[in-house]
Each structure stands twice: as structure tokens, then as C-alpha cells.
Design a protein around this ligand. Structure first.
Ligand code: PMP
Length: 405
């Protein structure tokens, strides 16, 4: 046995299978044009850069391009340098980190908050730490929960019970069956990233109270976008005080990068003191924290962007419906258009880019189950009526290619 040869052969075969199934991921090189978001330059292989419209950006409000955020980042780099230079424990906690944590806690109406390098790590590290805290824990996980939550749950010693997506009767059945003795955690998202639908938070909290479970809510696709001050769906629905841990990202609505949790002081401090994903890694650059703070300040004070986002999402859905195009019944700014079959979905996305200058990511297994592949459209406040018109015309042009396949 020659380990290097065997491993290389295995990797090459696996990649060939992914290519054959249309699941091999090519990363298109996209250059964001900060003053003209959602326009980007596509650096196509062997060709001149071409201006295109992006419909799959998670910078949902364009805050990553906002002048106040860019200025805050540039000023902070000038003042503090580019990197944090240490873990949180080893010289990597600046006033920007501490200030941002205090502001995140206040935003979500919680006593404490804790920053991580990304939303992925926030979920993975926090769930792993909390679910390892007590013996015999059971975690009740919505079937559509993100890979980062699944990763944290799987690594923990807790038993995992999966409830059918947004199905309260199934959740209750599983909670009841677990019996009263086991410590229980219910883990869910508010806006589901691949469906665009929204969890019934109060009803889940009612069950949590009835069966003595704590609640862990991923608000990654809602932070900045929903609620009076933009804190998310829990704020919008008046449910924040009923959620034990709210997890969020600074990478989507806030437009920068980083993740966090907010909740009870003891729980947050326990994660801070025990989670490997926090302890053993360099903290985010202070300039990143400064940019996120500027972004959040703007989001809290100015409702115009999220009002415009809601209006644009409605306009996008109405235009798709008028054009007779298929879409999943989303309740949010995320609008999935089903194109079953990984190869068909990939080909349609390619044609949209090459023929029409529209970038829309094809979503396939393992992100969604096989056979439910889709194009994931994200409206932003900056997608105009003309852009929506181009999109519907382009989809009508290329979707028959999928059916013909
Ligand atoms: N949770 C959900 C529901 C997500 O969709 C994602 C990423 N798309 C994350 C967590 C991870 O967030 P981040 O990109 O900040 O790592």
C-alpha cells in the first residue's frame, strides 16, 4: 500500500463522480463593484472581465458596500493595523471586540454576547459546548437546520432527534417521547436559508416551555432584515425574551464577516470559557468589528433599507408569478426557483451567466436533498424593476433547457 498514491486515486475518483453528477463546484471569480452593487465584474476564464448582475449575494442589504461601513473599516485599519494579532485570551481582545459584543447583546435584548470568526464556528462551537455540558442531553433539531448546527450537534455526546421541517406536531411527539428527565435543547433557524420560509417561533417556545427545553435559534438569514430595529424574526414576532440563545452572523445583513451568540450571562460565559472554536483561534481583526459596529448602527437607525428589501422581494415574487415561472412558497427575501437535477440546475445557471450576464448559484446535494436542486435568488434593496425584468426574461429563455435535458 502506497498511502500517497491510494489517497490521490481516491480523491481523483471522488472528484470525477462529482463532475459526472454535476455537483463539482467551480468558483466563479466575481469582483464586487462597491459603488454599483449588485453589479459585479465576472472574470471569465480566458476572457475579458464582464459586468454582470448578481442575484445570489448574501450581502442582503448591500451594507458591505455602504460608505459608512467602508470608512469605518478603513479608519480602523489605519488606527489598529490589519490583524488582531492573537486569540481573545492572548492580546486579541480590543475595545472594538468588547464594544461590539455589548451592542449585540443589547440589540437582541440579552445580558451577554460572544463573537466568533464566522457564523459557522459560532454554531458549531456553541452547540458542541452547550450539548456537552450536562449528561444525557437530547437535542431536537429541525430537519432543515444548517450544516454548522449539525456539525456541533454530531460532535457532542447528546442524542439527536430530528423533527420534520417546521412540523410542530412531530416536534411535540418527539419531546413527549423523550420523557421528563432528560435535559432538552430545541435547535432551529428563523428564516431557512434554502427554502426562504420562517419558523413559528411562539409555537416552538410554547412547546419548549411545556416540555422544559431550552431554545437555540439561528437568525443568520434574518439579522439586519426583520424586526423594528433589524434584530431579526425573534424581535419581529416579540419572541426574543423566550429564546435562550440567539445565534447570528455579521456576514449577511450586516455585510462584513464574523458570527456570534447572545443569551444568558452564564451560558455565554461557559461557551467563552470552554469552546475550542473560540479559545484556540485568532480573534477577528478589530477593523472587522469596527465595520460591523458601523453597519449595525446604521441598520438600527434607518428602516428604509429593510422596507425596500421587503418591497423588492415582493416585486420579484410577483414578477416570477406573472411570468408563469416556478418558485417555492417563500415568506422572505430568499426566493428559490426549483430546477430538479444537479446537472440540469448547473447548466441553467451557466446559461444565465454566459448568455444573460446573470449570476445565480445552483444549489445541489448535500446543501439540499437530491432531486430538489434549485436556483436561490436573493432580492436586495438595489435590484431594480429593469433587473427583475431581465431576470424573468432570462429564466423563460433558459429553463426549457432543463426540461429538455
Ligand atoms: N447558519 C445558516 C443558517 C447559514 O446559512 C450559514 C451560512 N450560509 C451559517 C449559519 C454560517 O454563517 P457564516 O457564513 O457567517 O459562517
Amino acid at each position: 500500500m502506497n498511502t500517497r498514491h491510494t489517497l490521490r486515486t481516491h480523491c481523483a475518483r471522488h472528484l470525477d463522480t462529482m463532475r459526472a453528477e454535476g455537483r463539482y463546484r467551480d468558483f466563479a471569480r466575481l469582483e464586487k463593484i462597491a459603488d454599483r452593487f449588485p453589479l459585479y465584474r465576472w472574470h471569465q476564464p480566458g476572457g475579458a472581465p464582464r459586468e454582470i448582475t448578481v442575484w445570489s449575494a448574501n450581502d442582503y442589504l448591500g451594507m458591505g458596500c455602504h460608505p459608512a461601513v467602508r470608512q469605518a473599516a478603513a479608519a480602523a485599519i489605519a488606527a489598529y493595523g490589519a490583524g488582531a494579532g492573537g486569540t481573545r485570551n492572548i492580546s486579541g481582545t480590543s475595545p472594538e471586540h468588547a464594544g461590539l459584543e455589548a451592542e449585540l447583546a443589547a440589540w437582541h435584548g440579552k445580558p451577554a454576547a460572544l463573537l466568533f470568526g464566522s457564523g459557522y464556528v459560532a454554531n458549531q462551537a456553541s452547540l458542541l459546548a452547550l450539548l456537552s455540558a450536562l449528561p444525557g442531553m437530547i437535542v431536537f433539531s429541525d430537519a432543515m437546520n444548517h450544516a454548522s448546527m449539525i456539525d456541533g450537534m454530531r460532535r457532542s455526546p447528546a442524542q439527536r432527534r430530528i423533527w420534520r421541517h417546521n412540523d410542530l406536531a412531530h416536534l411535540e411527539e418527539l419531546l413527549r417521547a423523550a420523557g421528563p428527565a432528560a435535559p432538552k435543547v430545541i435547535a432551529l433557524e428563523s428564516v431557512y436559508s434554502m427554502e426562504g420560509d420562517v419558523a413559528p417561533l411562539h409555537a416552538v417556545c410554547d412547546l419548549a416551555e411545556r416540555y422544559d427545553a431550552i431554545t437555540y435559534l439561528d437568525e443568520v438569514h434574518a439579522v439586519g432584515l426583520y424586526g423594528v430595529t433589524g434584530a431579526g424574526i425573534a424581535e419581529r414576532d416579540g419572541a426574543a425574551s423566550r429564546i435562550d440563545i440567539i445565534q447570528g452572523t455579521l456576514a449577511k445583513g450586516v455585510g462584513v464577516v464574523g458570527g456570534y451568540i447572545a443569551g444568558e450571562a452564564e451560558l455565554v460565559d461557559y461557551v467563552r470559557s470552554t469552546a475550542g472554536g473560540l479559545i484556540f483561534t485568532t480573534s477577528m481583526p478589530p477593523a472587522t468589528a469596527a465595520a460591523a459596529r458601523a453597519s449595525i448602527r446604521h441598520i438600527q437607525q434607518d428602516t428604509a433599507l429593510r422596507d425596500r428589501l421587503a418591497e423588492r422581494a415582493a416585486a420579484l415574487k410577483a414578477a416570477l408569478d406573472r411570468a408563469g415561472l416556478p418558485r417555492l412558497p417563500s415568506e422572505s427575501h430568499i426566493v428559490p426557483v426549483p430546477v430538479p437535477g444537479a446537472e440540469a440546475c448547473r447548466r441553467v445557471a451557466r446559461q444565465l451567466l454566459e448568455r444573460h450576464g446573470l449570476y445565480i448559484t445552483p444549489i445541489n446535494y448535500p446543501t439540499v436533498p437530491r432531486g430538489t436542486e434549485r436556483l436561490r435568488l436573493c432580492a436586495t434593496p438595489f435590484h431594480t424593476d429593469a433587473m427583475i425584468g431581465c431576470l424573468t426574461a432570462a429564466l423563460r429563455d433558459v429553463l426549457p433547457l432543463a426540461e429538455a435535458a
